[in-house]
Write a protein that binds this ligand. Structure first.
Ligand code: WT7
Length: 569
């Protein structure tokens, strides 16, 4: 099939992209040559938070607004780079008072409020490891993450704290909970703003995020301070962030996009960033885009599809002429939303691809290159990508296989917390295997096919089926459950659970609702099954593993495939 190409001309570029000549930069690229773009402490030591914020206070950007914050209720606040520097220094001193040391884990469980950003910077500044927890998580998910990481301090608010209190007795290492209503500002007021920023080696850990695979509980993906170099360069080249921009990344720092491109890479480029605390709402989003005169916008396919589904009249009500560059990430961006974007905004969304593990964008569409709608684009300078077979041997163009990357870029995870064998299992024949299936075309563009494991992407959020299954069997009526991602027009996938009930339990719609709510309340507000089907027996291998592949085939009405390992079904 011949693919359509959106030429650069049709993108009507009226600005000079930061990455003007992709091919040239890709060929000559080396990280060491770009190290001058970072600022160093003594002895070639670095600190990612220093690079994101503090270094700008010795430049003309000192009083520039770093953070435009708007609350759900319309309250608006502004913080300059200097404000963020001082506040994070002060909070760093508060953490020191609580005896937080290098390498200690300090977790943040907050909605998108200014305290989240201040805390994150403060934690990095003293060399501790910052962990973030998405505010939709409930007690079980919190216990798993805070327990595995042995978090010493948690920063949260009084409402969210209640979910931690329920499991606090199982978290003996958690010494202190700081709430934004109580200690946070009181302590900041008393604290000194003078701080000796921790001089870190490039490979020292800076932050960690729990993410899901097919099996087992979520794993703690750890990133180094040096990741800032990768995040800085990709924010500059892929998001095309310039000094005069006002930038809006709609992600939440509970996920890696919020950390890499709402805090580290974006601020490292000195840009003014908008953070909106509230939920997705088409009218509100257009209002924010126009009121803050957003020029660069980084969002996700589900949000774009939801905007497209909202009234077509709505978008015309707002002046969105300031928008200069738009990018999307997290799940496949099908061509329709790109064409809708062209119609609604006069410019296309630029799809790009990466993962929690990669720490930054690895494959992307760039302002200076033609877009092939439906393709994730080409590897960013510094990244060697390939399609490999299951043994790790490279495949040629148009061949479906595993999307793989050559290890060694600064954003790549440095370890999985306390699970060395899990970390090692990512590599084959010298390649980092992403877990995604894709192919490359003759022009070097990569095309996403799907996951090669059972990981679910619902509204762009990554959910492990095992976690949901574990939560389901906590319900008194449930014996076992198998969980899959069911394709969904709007959300990409929704979570569907096949549930085996205990004998004598009345199977009805009310029970489905009850079970679904049970997971929502115990595990997470975003990771509950929207659809439940009762089933007599789950397909399993002879060794007792649930075969989700079979459940999925059944759901889609597809042939079941190889069942040689299946116990009688
Ligand atoms: C998984 C990673 C994206 C960074 C934050 C999310 C899927 C990501 C794309 C894309 C198709 C995509 C992959 C990947 N994914 N971007 N442009 N097209 N699929 O990171 O939560 O760790 O999820 O999201 O399956 O492995 P994450």
């Amino acid at each position: 099939m011949k693919t359509k190409i959106l030429s650069v001309a049709s993108k009507r570029l009226v600005f000079k992209p930061n990455l003007a000549d992709y091919e040239k930069e890709y060929k000559r690229f080396s990280y060491t040559e770009h190290e001058f773009e970072l600022s160093y402490l003594n002895d070639h030591k670095i600190n990612a938070a220093y690079n994101a914020v503090d270094r700008h206070i010795i430049s003309w950007r000192k009083n520039k607004i770093a953070l435009f914050w708007e609350g759900e209720d319309g309250t608006a606040k502004k913080y300059s780079f200097l404000d963020l520097c001082i506040l994070s220094n002060k909070f760093a001193n508060v953490l020191k008072k609580y005896k937080v040391k290098r390498g200690d884990r300090v977790f943040i469980f907050l909605p998108r409020v200014p305290e989240l950003y201040i805390s994150f910077l403060a934690i990095l500044k003293i060399g501790a490891i910052a962990g973030t927890l998405f505010s939709a998580f409930q007690s079980q998910a919190l216990e798993d993450r805070l327990g595995n990481s042995d978090a010493k301090i948690l920063i949260t608010n009084s409402e969210l704290k209640k979910r931690v209190d329920v499991v606090r007795k199982n978290l003996p290492k958690l010494e202190k909970i700081i709430t934004v209503e109580e200690e946070f500002w009181k302590e900041i007021e008393k604290a000194s703003s003078a701080l000796h920023i921790a001089a870190m080696s490039k490979s020292d850990p800076a932050f960690m995020l729990y993410t899901s695979g097919t099996t087992g509980k979520p794993k703690g993906v750890v990133h180094q301070h040096y990741a800032i170099l990768h995040e800085h360069l990709t924010a500059k080249w892929v998001l095309d962030i310039k000094d005069e921009d006002t930038y809006w990344c709609t992600a939440d720092p509970g996920w890696v996009t919020g950390i890499a491109y709402e805090i580290l890479g974006s601020w490292s480029n000195g840009v003014s960033t908008l953070v909106y605390e509230g939920r997705f709402d088409p009218e509100k989003w257009y209002d924010l885009l126009s009121r803050y005169r957003i020029t660069v916008w980084y969002t996700a396919p589900t949000a774009i599809r939801m905007l497209a589904a909202a009234s077509a009249k709505l978008v015309k009500k707002y002046d969105l002429s300031f928008l200069r560059h738009m990018a999307s990430v997290g799940e496949p961006l099908n061509p329709e939303p790109i064409y809708w974007g062209l119609k609604a905004f006069g410019k296309p969304f630029h799809d790009n691809y990466w993962q929690t593990e990669t720490g930054g964008i690895v494959i992307a569409n760039y302002p200076s290159l033609p877009i092939k709608p439906g393709s994730m684009g080409k590897p960013v300078p510094g990244i060697t990508a390939a399609i490999v077979d299951d043994k790790g041997h490279e495949l040629g163009p148009q061949k479906e296989g595993n999307l793989a990357l050559k290890p060694g870029w600064p954003g790549m995870m440095i370890k999985i917390w306390r699970r060395a064998e899990k970390y090692n299992s990512y590599f084959k024949n010298g390649w980092y295997i992403t877990g995604d299936k894709a192919y490359r075309d003759e022009d070097g563009y990569y095309w996403f096919i799907g996951r090669s494991d059972d990981v679910i992407k619902t509204s762009g959020e990554r959910v492990g089926p095992f976690e949901v299954e574990s939560a389901l069997i906590g319900h008194p009526s449930v014996i076992e459950a198998g969980v899959i991602g069911k394709p969904d027009q709007m959300r990409g996938e929704i979570i569907k659970a096949f549930v085996v009930l205990k004998k004598d339990v009345q199977a009805n719609d009310k029970l489905k609702e009850e079970i679904s709510l049970f997971v929502k309340k115990n595990l997470a507000g975003h990771a509950y099954p929207r659809e439940i089907e009762f089933i007599d027996k789950l397909p399993k291998t002879r060794s007792g593993k649930i075969m989700r592949r079979i459940l999925k085939a059944k759901e889609l009405g597809l042939p079941i495939g190889d069942t040689s390992t299946l116990e009688e079904y």
